[in-house]
Design a protein around this ligand. Sequence first.
Ligand SMILES: [Zn+2]
Length: 70
Amino acid sequence: MSRIAAPTSFKPSPAQRPCMPATKEIKCESQDCELDMFENHYTYDVPDDHSVADLSCPYCGGSQLAEIEV
Ligand SMILES: [Zn+2]
């Protein structure tokens, strides 16, 4: 009973999407905000045109967010 069925390896076609849904580190640039940074973990369903500009700060609700390049 120890045999585990090997999952079919999921290989998306190489030409599919150049950018994988990633973990984005985002900081709030509002001077009044005490949030240093936070992480967004996206799924594969995130629209291509989604950007940090579509988000608002979970702490202050402001939109002065900047993506941190890592
Ligand atoms: Zn903020």
